[in-house]
Design a protein around this ligand. Structure first.
Ligand code: SER
Length: 323
């Protein structure tokens, strides 16, 4: 039987590059079509099919689905929280209309399955901030959060009304070494590693005690493929699953980095992103993901920091600076 062909939209983004690599390693290079509005951000992406696609171009999206006989779509293209606050109309347009395009192709029967990420940004200041439950108050205060919450409701609606097989995760802030994040409030937790290695110091745009839920990229990619490959009957929540990894503050991650780079110094200069961070929870309860489709994160703060420092130093040929 021929294995389902997959399309990753937003393939040149922070998650996209790593997801394409993992999917191709697992299912075969030609099974996974990478697409993005810009040329491949990493040469590895063009080792297999790569298409330039603005996902707001619905006709071209349809042509690509037909051309490759795509059955599974990972739709990652979105404007994140910080950029979204600078360009609210554009963020709403991109985040919502692109989702409708993909949902409609599934409703028409062109594709069989959709993965679309939601975010901790669906939560807001009225949400319980610690061990945030799956079903709770969601009053987001950013355009990004509003678009993700609306997307969750629409996903569940398409599933209930038309049987569309949509699956989603509320990603925490994602930390990886292969690709740079863009326009998020949690981006500091990637940048801090590069600055620690290159400059020995880092100025955080969040205050020292801003606790946010985060996750190492390897765990996030595993969760993404696990939920998308799980038997449909195990996916009991069709809005989006809570997903927990590691919760820490800038001060805590800096202390952990200092264990390896003793001269590292952090300073704090909170900007407009502080208000966004303040509206989000500090830790997440993901027992539904654990119970329904067997989710378990592998990395803790120790192992994540060690791995990030090692991988970034290798890239920069600075391995001897890390203890
Ligand atoms: N990492 C995202 C952001 O900061 C949250 O989903 O916008």
């Amino acid at each position: 039987m021929e294995k389902d062909k997959m399309l990753v939209i937003g393939a040149s983004g922070q998650i996209g590059i790593e997801l394409v690599m993992q999917l191709r390693a697992r299912f075969g290079v030609d099974q996974v079509v990478a697409a993005d509005i810009r040329p491949a951000a990493d040469p590895i992406l063009t080792e297999g099919p790569y298409e330039i696609l603005n996902v707001l171009n619905n006709q071209l999206l349809g042509e690509i689905i037909k051309k490759y006989n795509i059955k599974v779509v990972y739709h990652l293209a979105a404007m994140l929280s910080a950029t979204g606050e600078q360009k609210p109309e554009m963020a709403w347009d991109l985040n919502m209309n692109s989702l409708f395009h993909v949902l409609e192709y599934a409703k028409k029967g062109w594709i069989d399955r959709i993965f679309w990420p939601s975010s901790i940004a669906v939560f807001g200041p009225t949400t319980p901030q610690t061990d945030t439950p799956q079903f709770t108050i969601c009053e987001p205060t950013t355009v990004y959060g509003i678009s993700k919450l609306a997307g969750e409701r629409w996903g569940e609606y398409y599933h209930k009304r038309w049987g569309v097989d949509v699956r989603s995760l509320r990603y925490p802030g994602l930390i990886g070494h292969r690709s740079a994040p863009g326009g998020g409030t949690t981006d500091y937790a990637v940048d801090i590693f590069y600055k620690a290695i290159e400059d020995g110091k880092f100025e955080s745009f969040l205050s020292k005690d801003s606790r946010l839920p985060m996750m190492y990229m390897e765990d996030a990619i595993k969760a993404t493929i696990d939920i998308t490959e799980a038997p449909s009957e195990q996916i009991k929540i069709r809005s989006a699953y809570n997903l927990a990894g590691i919760s820490f503050t800038p001060e805590e991650i800096a202390a952990k980095i200092k264990e390896h780079l003793p001269h590292f110094e952090i300073s704090y200069a909170p900007d407009f992103r502080q208000a966004i961070a303040d509206s989000w929870p500090g830790s997440i309860n993901d027992e539904h993901a654990q119970n329904d489709w067997g989710w378990k994160a592998k990395y803790d703060l120790d192992s994540m920091v060690k791995d990030m420092l090692l991988e970034i130093s290798k890239k920069k040929d600075l391995t001897e600076t890390i203890s």
